[in-house]
Design a protein around this ligand. Structure first.
Ligand SMILES: CC(C)(COP(=O)(O)OP(=O)(O)OC[C@H]1O[C@@H](n2cnc3c(N)ncnc32)[C@H](O)[C@@H]1OP(=O)(O)O)[C@@H](O)C(=O)NCCC(=O)NCCS
Length: 410
């Protein structure tokens, strides 16, 4: 049986959002639904209908993605994906994914990306695991620094009213310095600053501090919550959760981290989403005490247009590679591509030349931001080297410093 799949109208938003909320285990919250109605890109939505009933949902948020070399491309952020429990495993998701990718290609976005609720779902549609989210936890009892940059500026609190005027500007500068980061729309910020109580998991409202350099420039900020807990009749065991640790400056990072480790009555500080190569560990006198609580997949990348996406980024080393790409879900992408690139620019075109590497589109998406080496993928049985030295060359060309990191949920 086939189901009609099409964008929704404004009138259809409530049942669409209700299905979505239920699928993710939330009781539908009118405040959340009303907010999502405002931010939702209706023309990029898809719903599957069984008669007049919505049984599948999907959406796209339009983003700009920073690439290695700090170029940027428009990228389709797939979101709001669900299929009603009554209609699962009948191919509805597959049909929505196919329709979505067609739309992305028609709009000229070279890349699609998503955050996956389960990592088993999206590989079949060509999405590869491109970045990780690392949850770091520091024990405040062991918070001495070993070394850190000289700090010439100061950390200042920012209140709720001021935060919307200050934070988005800092974020927008930093996200341009990090491969894997995306822009945040005004509406994204509006939802963040609304700070919906049911999403706080018993923590306080969000608190904010910024770092002002010695020259007066705002170079970073931290958003955090606290959860107080008194034990054994009078011992504090507070927890601090950092929801955003945003800076591109070493000085600001050190100052903001020192601030986080200095909040009294807290016994631990957790950063929800830190980069894989976060330098914080190397600042600590007792680095093992900065624990990795978890490291899970975050951004999944799907190259929709191989030529445009490979030409758009920069490469760490000047080089040439012929890639044989297989794309079972979008066979029109399958074929051989010759990539010539370096730090100053890149070109990519179709070719018939003998390939250096053979791989699936999923794996090219995984390696695209430099978050995993081709040689690692080869050891996982995912990439075939046809000419000796090709893996090494590909690794060097695609590597990224800093490692890619996406700081934004969508
Ligand atoms: C994930 C979800 C959208 C899948 O929808 P669906 O319509 O059942 O998917 P399809 O029928 O198109 O499945 C396509 C293939 O993926 C597999 N698949 C889909 N979801 C899967 C899952 N969660 N675990 C394992 N396999 C899954 C199917 O078995 C099928 O495999 P096949 O092609 O070998 O037969 C649905 O299970 C769901 O709504 N889950 C809860 C919400 C959620 O996690 N959404 C994703 C947000 S990122």
């Amino acid at each position: 049986m086939s189901f009609e799949i099409r964008p929704i109208t404004h009138e259809e938003f409530t049942p669409f959002a209700t299905l979505l909320e239920h699928a993710f285990g939330h009781a539908p919250n009118p405040e959340v639904i009303e907010h999502f109605r405002k931010v939702f890109e209706f023309d990029r939505s898809l719903a599957a209908f069984d008669g007049s009933r919505i049984v599948g949902t999907a959406g796209i948020d339009s983003f700009e993605l920073t690439l290695p070399g700090l170029t940027r491309v428009p990228a389709a952020g797939v979101t709001a994906v669900t299929v009603a429990p009554t209609h699962r495993r009948r191919g509805i998701l597959t049909s929505m994914m196919r329709q979505q990718l067609r739309d992305v290609r028609e709009r000229g976005e070279p890349v699609a990306m998503l955050l996956a609720s389960e990592s088993v779902i999206y590989g079949r549609y060509g999405y590869g695991l491109a970045t990780h989210q690392v949850e770091l936890q520091a024990d405040r009892g062991y918070s001495e620094f070993g070394r850190h940059p000289k700090i010439t500026g100061s950390v200042e609190p920012i209140d709720r009213e001021e935060a919307p005027r200050v934070l988005p500007k800092i974020y927008d500068e930093v996200r341009r310095q990090y491969p894997g980061c995306v822009d945040r729309s005004d509406k994204w910020w509006e939802l963040t600053f609304r700070d919906i109580e049911s999403w706080r998991d018993g923590h306080s409202d969000r608190l904010y501090v910024v770092y002002r350099s010695g020259k007066g420039k705002l170079e970073g900020y931290v958003s955090y919550r606290v959860k107080m807990n008194w034990e054994d009749g009078g011992f504090s065991n507070g927890k601090m959760r950092v929801t955003d640790f945003i800076t591109g400056s070493s000085e600001a990072r050190a100052a903001l981290w020192r601030f986080c480790l200095g909040v009294d009555l807290m016994t631990s500080v957790t950063i929800d989403n830190a980069p894989v190569d976060d330098p914080l560990r190397w600042m600590m006198a007792d680095p093992r005490r900065l624990r990795i609580k978890s490291a899970i997949d975050f951004l999944w990348i799907r190259l929709v247009d191989v030529v445009a996406s490979l030409s758009a980024r920069r490469y760490s080393l000047e080089g040439k590679l012929v890639l044989e790409v297989e794309d079972p879900f979008c066979p029109e992408n399958s074929g051989r591509y010759v990539l010539e690139g370096g730090p100053g620019g890149a070109t990519c075109k179709r070719t018939r030349t003998k390939p250096d590497l053979s791989l699936q589109i999923t794996d090219l998406g995984a390696a695209y931001l430099g978050g995993v080496a081709f040689s690692t993928l080869a050891r996982a049985g995912r990439v075939l080297e046809n000419g000796k030295g090709s893996l090494r060359r590909a690794d060097l060309m695609f590597s990224s410093d800093p490692q890619p990191w996406c700081s934004t949920g969508f």
